[in-house]
Design a protein around this ligand. Structure first.
Ligand SMILES: Nc1ncnc2c1ncn2[C@@H]1O[C@H](COP(=O)(O)OP(=O)(O)OP(=O)(O)O)[C@@H](O)[C@H]1O
Length: 263
């Protein structure tokens, strides 16, 4: 489903500011895999997601989605393969447009040119049904401006918009980090249910190690542009947050506390 081979990215190469952000990353996700990604600040997590989504070209290596090499495809063509939700609730939606207008635009993502994004009555009915699954009452607010929604409501809507065209890959970049604990938990639950419902292959970056262990069937730990630890579903079940910290110390020879990895 997703195969990343020897992905390399260095910012400002050949200068004093040279920063290798991805050092020959190789990673394979099977269809339906849900991998959480943790790691210290600057480990390369967002760079990896940017490379997959096409907002950042790789220096070397390849990214394949369903056997198709996508890393030379422009991000518009790649959009039909990928759904993405960002940390900032305002990043995934247009605040001055209504819920139904935002959804109509999302529906058009990656489709051929010329297809209108108008809000037809058939689409409205579909949007209502989709919104009802969130259980936030948004199905009765189709004409409300998205800028009026709370952060949690916007992230739930972004999640829905990122997934209702059934992308091959769902990328979640700390999408619950800006929410209060209660809303973060709600969006985490919705994420699990949407991923499960559509069988989506998912990569979720988080700084919350407890969440990283609890959610999904795989865990990837990155440090300094490399994958330094991978856990499968069985290993995740028997691993605790202190175990993860110990593992990090052992692998990197570093001494960390929970705050360092969470910060
Ligand atoms: N556009 C850019 N230009 C220059 N350097 C960059 C750019 N994007 C990222 N970097 C650098 O590449 C390294 C990896 O950054 P990245 O944002 O991928 O880390 P991260 O693991 O997502 O970190 P965090 O958890 O702090 O968000 C960092 O040293 C960062 O400063």
């Amino acid at each position: 489903m997703l195969t990343i081979t020897d992905a390399r990215k260095t910012f400002f190469p050949g200068t004093v500011n040279e920063k290798p952000a991805l050092r020959d990353i190789t990673l394979h996700l099977a269809p339906g895999d849900f991998a959480t990604i943790i790691g210290s600040n600057g480990a390369g997590k967002s760079t990896l997601l940017n490379a997959i989504s096409g907002t950042l070209p790789l220096d070397a290596g390849s990214i394949q989605i369903d056997g198709i090499v996508v890393n030379r495809m422009n991000d518009h063509r790649r959009a039909r393969f990928i759904g993405r939700v960002f940390q900032d609730p305002s990043a995934g939606t247009a605040p001055s447009l209504t819920i139904q207008e935002n959804m109509a635009i999302a529906l058009r993502r990656g489709q051929r040119r010329g297809l209108g994004w108008g809000v037809t009555s058939a689409r409205k009915a579909r949007f209502r049904d989709e919104l009802a699954t969130l259980e936030l009452g948004l199905e009765n607010r189709l004409t409300a401006k998205v800028g009026l929604l709370s952060g949690g409501q916007r992230q739930a809507l972004s999640l829905l918009m990122a997934t209702f065209t059934q992308p091959n890959i769902l990328l979640l970049d700390e999408h619950t980090a800006a929410l209060d604990p209660q809303r973060a938990e709600l969006v985490t639950r919705l994420t699990q249910s949407v991923v499960h419902q559509h069988g989506l292959t998912t990569l979720m970056v988080t700084h919350n190690m407890e969440q990283a262990l609890r959610v999904g069937n795989r865990l990837i730990m990155m440090h300094d542009g490399q994958v330094i630890l991978e856990l499968d579903a069985d290993q995740k079940k028997t691993t605790t947050v202190p175990d993860l910290l110990r593992e990090f110390e052992k692998i990197k020879g570093a001494t960390l506390d929970d705050r360092t990895l969470l910060s």
